[in-house]
Write a protein that binds this ligand. Structure first.
Ligand code: ADP
Ligand code: MG
Length: 595
């Protein structure tokens, strides 16, 4: 049995001070954390009126020995630390010894507890800090605490509470995080008499996510798992399509404690930078195990913030782990995918015949497409074998490898290329793909400090507005870095004598104004690299706007190049470049496979 001690004043002074029970959700947080610290593996939380009139938490944990109960309700009474030194190695969720005393000071508390060794349990009632009852109670092992009429004796405080539904929502969110942070504990959450959330406690994070956030989110996750030195990161990160407009789905736990950290937020932002549009935030469920000497949890009374002693190294590590997970072929947006285990489809269960017909139609249309192209190139070519045909036009982009891997079926609506690739149908947005490929080539050159520019002769003259002229003058150096040589010609006229090599085929006059508009709309950054990247992004975006016609061969080059990129799945603005349907999904849509 653990002994409860009263902390000395020196320790008390070192503990982040502040009110911990300002609203019902804070009460629930403190009490559930007590149950977790008592090694419970089943916790039931029941609330009414947003927790204002009724909160009941029941656990099957260790309980408090009868001789220690009254002490537990004193200020600064805790069994979790003894002195300041213990703060360095504290691993429990609580340690301030203030929750029971503060809650019983502002509410009507009924506390029932029994340890394994106690013959009979105890019922202790404290209302507004006043002891009312201390008696035997026939109860199972564990602890139940009921808090009624919160702030009944502090009307000023009560006035500041929000509506019951809003206070209740805060509690629901808290329980969601509790379920995720402790997948090994079975939680049951009853809200105004109805079971709202329940978890199995079987230590299956994905099923916890499924229970709390539903199928769409559970289906869009990539697993991550990594250990470096003493630190481990595991959990799930959302594919880019799960992006949100707020950070509410950036959920992470450090040593099973739900926290908020600007350092981790920044790491997420950096890792997802190439995948998400501006002001979009990823969905992640990440679990960090960090040795207690590398963090300080004693920063904030609610312990929602912690300090990292080797923050920069941790940040780099996080970015690495997430980027690696994102560079994963499965990232291609699947149209439909089931969370549940897919049944393995037996060949014999699929009715082959109509399929062969469809394949035949697709193949013959493919051959027709190719034949017309090929005839233009070489009248004498035998057009019956498409693989052979492709090798005739051996090109540095179309390696033997990629021919085997992907097959262009044709183009849809003058925009989307349909491709068969490894048992899937891919649809590539030509514009997004083009933009992406141009951008990556340009960025590669920028990073390697290669010359990016190509002369245009004669230089073209553009007339700018005052604001545009100012912008161009201010960032002239950056434009030059990226490959644009812009010089004053007289009045508001400027000449452009070089453009980035990747954009050579485009006439800069066509897209220059649009590019400037976009650049000037955003926030002005001072960092050279940021400005350069922005110019490169906008230039690529603006330059592929026109409705360009690509032949199958050009498209094949483009797609081959796209597929060699580290992240082929999103254009520089985060828009998807590729979506896919798996054969399984197509067969399911045609009801050849029934779950
Ligand atoms: P702290 O959690 O910071 O130690 P609290 O005021 O929350 O302070 O609790 C005081 C003490 O009461 C705890 O240290 C613990 O020993 C005991 N206690 C509180 N709740 C429970 C519980 N549900 N089961 C077992 N012991 C508990
Ligand atoms: Mg506590």
């Amino acid at each position: 049995m653990k002994n409860i001690n009263i902390l000395d004043s020196n320790t008390i002074d070192k503990i982040a001070a502040g009110e911990v029970v300002e609203r019902p959700s804070a009460v629930v947080k403190e009490l559930v954390e007590n149950s977790i610290d008592a090694n419970a593996d089943a916790v039931t939380i029941e609330i009414k009126d947003g927790g204002i009139s009724f909160i009941r938490i029941t656990d099957n944990g260790e309980g408090i020995d009868r001789s220690q109960i009254k002490k537990a309700f004193m200020r600064h009474a805790t069994s979790k630390i003894k002195s300041v030194e213990d703060l360095i190695s504290v691993t429990s969720l609580g340690f301030r010894g203030e929750a029971l005393s503060s809650i019983s000071a502002v509410g009507k508390v009924e506390f029932l507890t029994k340890t394994k060794t106690d013959f009979i349990g105890t019922r202790y009632v404290v209302e507004g800090g006043r002891e009312c009852v201390f008696e035997d109670a026939g109860i199972p092992d564990g602890t139940t605490i009921i808090v009624r009429d919160l702030f009944f004796n502090v009307p000023a405080r009560k006035k500041f509470l929000k509506s019951p539904s809003s206070e209740g929502n805060n509690i629901t969110e808290l329980i969601e995080h509790m379920i995720l942070s402790h997948p090994n504990i079975s939680f049951k959450y009853i809200y105004n008499g109805n079971v709202k959330l329940q978890s199995s406690g079987k230590n299956d994070i994905k099923s916890c996510i499924y229970n709390v956030y539903g199928r769409d989110i559970a289906n869009g996750l990539i697993e991550v798992k990594s250990i470096r030195d003493d630190i481990s990161i595991h959990g799930f990160i959302g594919k880019p399509e799960l992006a949100r407009a707020t950070r509410n789905f950036e959920i992470y736990f450090v040593n099973n404690r739900f926290i908020k950290s600007t350092l981790i937020d920044r790491a997420l932002e950096e890792a997802y930078k190439d995948y998400l549009m501006l002001h979009k935030y990823p969905t992640v469920f990440l679990y960090f195990e960090i040795p207690s000497h590398l963090i300080d949890v004693n920063v904030h009374p609610t312990k929602r913030e912690i300090r990292f002693f080797e923050g920069e190294a941790l940040k780099c590590y996080i970015v690495d782990v997430i980027k690696n997970a994102l560079i994963n072929k499965e990232l291609i947006k699947e149209i439909v995918e089931e969370y549940h285990e897919k049944p393995s489809v037996k060949e014999s269960e699929i009715n082959k015949e109509p399929f062969e017909t469809i394949n035949h139609i697709i193949e013959s249309s493919y051959n027709n497409y190719y034949s017309s192209e090929i005839e233009k190139e070489d009248e004498s070519t035998d057009i019956n074998d498409k693989n052979e045909q492709l090798t005739l036009f051996d090109d540095k982009f179309i390696s033997e490898e990629s021919i085997k891997k992907h097959r262009i079926i044709g183009q849809l609506f003058n925009t989307y290329w349909l491709i068969e690739f490894e048992n899937k149908l891919f649809i590539v947005d030509q514009h997004a793909a083009h933009e992406k490929v141009n951008y990556e080539r340009l960025i590669k050159k920028l990073r390697n400090n290669e010359n990016c520019s190509q002369n245009i002769y004669p230089p073209i003259v553009v007339s700018l507005s005052n604001a545009e002229a100012q912008y161009v003058t201010k960032y002239n150096e950056n434009f030059l870095n990226v490959g644009f040589t812009i010089e004053h010609f007289g009045g508001l006229d400027y000449t452009i004598s070089t453009v980035p090599m990747e954009l050579l085929s485009q006439n800069p006059a066509d897209y220059f104004h649009e590019m400037l508009d976009e650049l000037m709309e955003g926030k002005n950054s001072k960092e050279t690299e940021t400005v350069n990247l922005k110019i490169a992004t906008m230039a690529c975006k603006a330059s592929v706007k026109g409705n360009m016609h690509l032949s199958v061969f050009e498209a094949d080059k483009l797609i081959s190049e796209l597929l060699t990129l580290e992240n082929p799945y999103n254009c520089p603005h985060g828009r998807p470049t590729i979506i896919s349907f798996s054969k399984y999904e197509i067969e399911k849509m045609f009801k050849r496979i029934v779950n």
